[in-house]
Design a binder for this molecule. Structure first.
Ligand SMILES: [Zn+2]
Length: 241
């Protein structure tokens, strides 16, 4: 393998002419065995515009599938919560189940008996405990916003349900039952606040008309930046914890 600038050259007996492979990790030029390096350099130079656009596409794709969650729930892992990342600390406890506490960061107390579990199983247990905890926080925070904005708007939902939804952040049914996606608790607080207001406003306006957005803006003047955040990070957020 040969490095030239910011790409690598790989000689191939089967290559009849040069080609470029762009991946998230590297740029590779596959070239015939006897192709002079000067010619390879010229080939790459001629492909500069194409290369830039290919790099951008790969970059965008990588960004779009970035997970917010850690690969493993181990000591020092970063846990997303309300738009920030917090360090995870693990400690052994005499309790019978996993307990999560949150102050400057997350402290997860793991029962001593869990030391018999494989690291994979333990990882799943901690992940499930986090999902449970986050759903509770999402419910608490949503209730808080609903109470505040129901009073301000004089709009009152019949029920509020926090659940796992694969493709939406919230909904408001014809009988004013509001559903909210718990994953919003991982987003900045303003985003959950906006989604609550959005669904609440559907009690009055059942569409996305200008009147609807005017109503949203009444108590959420900055709603556009929350929409923008969801547009930008929504795919990652949907991947969950
Ligand atoms: Zn809507």
């Amino acid at each position: 393998m040969n490095t030239l600038g910011d790409y690598q050259i790989r000689r191939s007996t089967r290559a009849k002419r040069a080609r470029i492979i762009v991946t998230a990790e590297k740029i590779e030029v596959v070239a015939p065995l006897r192709m002079p390096e000067k010619q390879i350099r010229q080939f790459v130079a001629a492909k500069q515009a194409w290369l830039e656009s290919a790099k951008n596409k790969v970059q965008k794709h990588v960004e779009s599938i970035v997970r917010l969650s850690p690969l493993e729930y181990t000591e020092g892992a970063l846990i997303p919560y309300q738009g920030e990342y917090y360090v995870l600390a693990l400690k052994v406890s005499q309790e019978r189940k996993i307990l999560i506490s949150f102050e400057q960061g997350f402290v997860v107390s793991v029962p001593e008996s869990f030391s018999k579990l494989t690291s994979e199983d333990l990882n799943v247990r901690i992940q499930q405990a986090f999902i449970h905890w986050m759903m509770q926080m999402a419910a608490q925070q949503s209730r808080h916003y609903i109470e505040r904005y129901a009073a301000l708007y004089h709009l009152h939902p019949r029920s509020i349900v926090i659940k796992t939804q694969k493709s939406r952040w919230g909904s408001c049914g014809i009988h004013n039952d509001i559903n909210l996606n718990w994953l919003l608790i991982l987003a900045p607080a303003a985003v959950l606040e906006y989604v609550v207001i959005h669904e609440l406003c559907h009690i009055q306006e059942r569409n996305h008309s200008a009147a609807f957005w005017l109503l949203v803006a009444k108590h959420c003047p900055d709603y556009k930046s929350s929409r923008q955040w969801l547009k930008q990070h929504g795919a990652s957020l949907m991947l969950g914890l």
